[in-house]
Write a protein that binds this ligand. Structure first.
Ligand SMILES: *Cc1c(COP(=O)(O)O)cnc(C)c1O
Length: 360
């Protein structure tokens, strides 16, 4: 007889990682940073002592982030990736019978994290332009909602939430409701209208902002992210966390990355330039690309997504396939030409036209 498991857990799909790419293909499926780590980061990792447990409080990294953001170190919590922080915060706020609301399609980790907490996801469709419909999200909040997640720029579609939209949203939701602002791609944002969560923390005691070293800082493999927010909420998150899960190499590497922030920002600037160039070239091919503000672009290929992904793969581009479309990360400069060539072939050979959101 089979062991009795929680049925909602047994029904979950295990996490689907971006497909490993063939050795000669470009892996544009996980929004990773294509640049190798800064030499100082490599040195910091090598210097970390791994025979001892790490500093559970990540004291040095939190002190550093506190200086950068001008907040007290108590208002920063470091986790083994911002997904770990999301899980801790959801566990702290929501359990069986409770709801967690977010826009969809968004980050694919959200549904599983909510289910693992025993809570129920309530989703609201994105707008036609791929952005969050925040009035609809606010309207979906009930007296059972314990947390709401806002992802800006939205993974996988790309658009930001504006400061005005977010201000209206915060006014519309109860002050007792935990609002998680997932800014995993904040460093890639160039639109001056975009919300910036950190300065809003003073005004909203129910707001937590999530950032990561995985994307712009290129430390995805080390697992380190951070949350900024009120002490009581972060303490509750700390209570749900597995202690000591942020390793010493990760803490030291993050500090080294911050030490070389200006150089890393130059690489981010290159990725932004490449992103905007890809956006323009794809739009010129006829694609209606939602405004990309992260390090990825969205091709709304709809039901043709598997066929389109096959064409990309034939050209050495491994992308992330969703039921509604394909997400391609901004990768190496050498990936630009095959990506554009394969996207052009998709337009030419698949019936994406009228009625499909993919082509403008
Ligand atoms: C990549 C990503 C994260 C964070 O990933 P970690 O590696 O766990 O820090 C969080 N939110 C979104 C929307 C992401 O795309």
């Amino acid at each position: 007889m089979a062991v009795t498991l929680r049925p909602e857990i047994a029904a979950l799909q295990p996490y689907r990682q971006g497909r490993p790419a063939a050795p000669d293909a470009f892996k544009l499926s996980s929004n990773e940073n294509p640049y190798p780590p800064h030499p100082a980061v490599v040195e910091a990792i090598a210097a970390a002592s791994v025979e001892r447990y790490p500093d559970a409080a990540a004291t040095a990294l939190r002190a550093r982030l506190a200086t950068i953001f001008g907040v007290e170190a108590d208002r920063i919590h470091v986790g083994s990736g911002s997904v770990a922080l999301l899980q801790q915060l959801i566990l702290a706020a929501a359990g069986p019978g409770d709801e967690v609301a977010y826009s969809w399609r968004s980050f694919e980790a959200y549904p599983g994290l909510v289910t693992v907490a025993g809570a129920t996801s309530v989703t609201v469709p994105n707008r036609a332009d791929g952005g969050h419909d925040l009035p609809a999200l606010a309207a979906a909040i009930t007296d059972r909602t314990r947390a709401v997640i806002v992802c800006t720029p939205n993974n996988p579609t790309g658009p930001i939430v504006t400061a005005d939209e977010f201000a209206a949203f915060m006014d519309a939701v109860p002050p007792t409701l935990l609002v998680l602002l997932d800014e995993a791609y904040r460093e890639f944002v160039t639109d001056p209208a975009a919300v910036d969560g950190v300065p809003l923390l003073e005004r909203h005691p129910n707001l937590v902002v999530l950032r990561t070293f995985s994307k712009a800082y290129g430390l995805a493999g080390l697992r380190v992210g951070y949350a900024l927010g009120p002490v009581e909420i972060l303490n509750a998150a700390r209570s749900t966390a597995i202690p000591l899960s942020v390793t010493e190499p990760a803490q030291r590497a993050a500090i080294a990355a911050l030490d070389h922030d200006a150089e890393l920002r130059e690489r981010v600037a290159e990725l932004i330039e490449r992103r905007d160039r890809l956006r323009d070239a794809l739009r010129a091919q006829g694609w209606s690309i939602p405004e990309p503000q992260g390090n990825f672009l969205w091709l709304a290929t709809g039901e043709h997504s598997p066929a389109a992904a096959e064409i990309l793969e034939k050209h050495g581009i491994v992308a992330r396939v969703f039921p509604e479309g394909i997400r391609v990360s901004v990768g190496e400069e050498e990936s630009v030409e095959p990506l554009l060539r394969s996207a052009e072939e998709v337009v030419r050979t698949l019936p994406l036209g009228a009625g499909n959101a993919g082509l403008g």
